[in-house]
Design a protein around this ligand. Structure first.
Ligand SMILES: Nc1ncnc2c1ncn2[C@@H]1O[C@H](COP(=O)(O)OP(=O)(O)OP(=O)(O)O)[C@@H](O)[C@H]1O
Length: 274
């Protein structure tokens, strides 16, 4: 099945985008969170993992022009604009943490707002396509977004981002607060979006499930990238499993020591950094 049909109206000029980030720094006022990051996001699905406060959301904010940044960010070889509306026009969409839907508006209205840069006639076409791609939302077209379940709202947020047919889609912790079944459903949708040609960069805390659907992964710690590699390799690596997947729980207490976890994460950094 074609997930997103090629359309003559595509803003981003086609999918399979590549993002090259070099020397990226960003923060809040004088507080520098990201220091000298280097990433290469290729077509497919890339996941960024890391503990709370590592700087994952800050990375997405910096890439989407929501906070100032230093360094270079190239989208298919072109300097990425720094103003949000220009970034959207360049074919980049963000699904922020917490979804940020308009709760008093219907599903259809929320989706239409996602296509604000698309001319009206084409917006109707995109909306029809969104309901083909997300059949669950068609049944809920007139429901107020604020009355939907967390998983359904997350689906609206993803569908809304796809209204502009982006060539690069970024998602900030889409599985946050969702029931396991809903997480699986959502990650399947994200995988299909990537397979249909939109490059996806996803921040996730659900390490196991994220690595199961992703092609590649980056591991972030305290504002720097400490490891990266193919998702299958990261998932299989003993150190990642021990640091993030709870493979090392003390059989007597069922708990993991924080000091041990720090040690193991250091081991991840040394063993996987290319
Ligand atoms: N608006 C802000 N003003 C000041 N500091 C901030 C702001 N937002 C985040 N920070 C700080 O930046 C650092 C990185 O936060 P960030 O939200 O990027 O981490 P994260 O990896 O996304 O974590 P989480 O999974 O908890 O969201 C943290 O120390 C955080 O306190």
């Amino acid at each position: 099945m074609m997930w997103y049909r090629p359309s003559p109206f595509e803003l981003g000029g086609g999918g399979r985008a590549r993002l090259k980030v070099n020397g990226l720094s960003a923060g809040y006022g004088a507080f520098l969170v990201l220091r000298d990051l280097k990433l290469e996001i290729q077509p497919g699905l890339t996941v960024v993992l890391g503990p709370n406060g590592a700087g994952k959301t800050t990375l997405l904010k910096a890439l989407n022009g929501l906070i100032p940044r230093g360094g270079t960010v190239l989208l298919d070889g072109q300097e990425m604009p720094e103003k949000t509306h220009e970034i959207v026009q360049a074919g980049v969409a963000l699904v922020p943490e917490g979804r940020q839907l308009f709760p008093q508006m219907t599903v259809t209205e929320n989706l239409e707002l996602g296509g604000w840069l698309v001319p009206k006639a084409q917006r109707a076409e995109r909306l029809a396509q969104a309901f083909v791609d997300f059949p669950k939302l068609k049944e809920r077209a007139t429901q107020l977004a604020g009355t939907m379940s967390g998983g359904e709202q997350q689906m609206v947020a993803v569908a809304r981002a796809m209204m502009c047919a982006p060539r690069l889609l970024m998602l900030d912790e889409p599985s946050l607060g969702l029931a396991p079944k809903m997480v699986d459903e959502l990650l399947t949708i994200v995988r299909r979006i990537a397979d249909a040609g939109t490059t996806v960069l996803m921040v996730e805390q659900n390490v196991k499930k994220a690595l199961a659907v992703a092609d590649r992964g980056y591991v972030m710690e305290r504002g720097t990238l400490v490891a990266n590699g193919p998702a299958k390799l990261l998932a299989r690596s003993t150190v990642i499993r021990e640091a993030y997947l709870g493979a090392d729980k003390d059989p007597a207490t069922g708990t993991t020591s924080a000091a041990d976890a720090v040690q193991r994460r250091k081991a991840v950094a040394t063993s996987l950094t290319p």
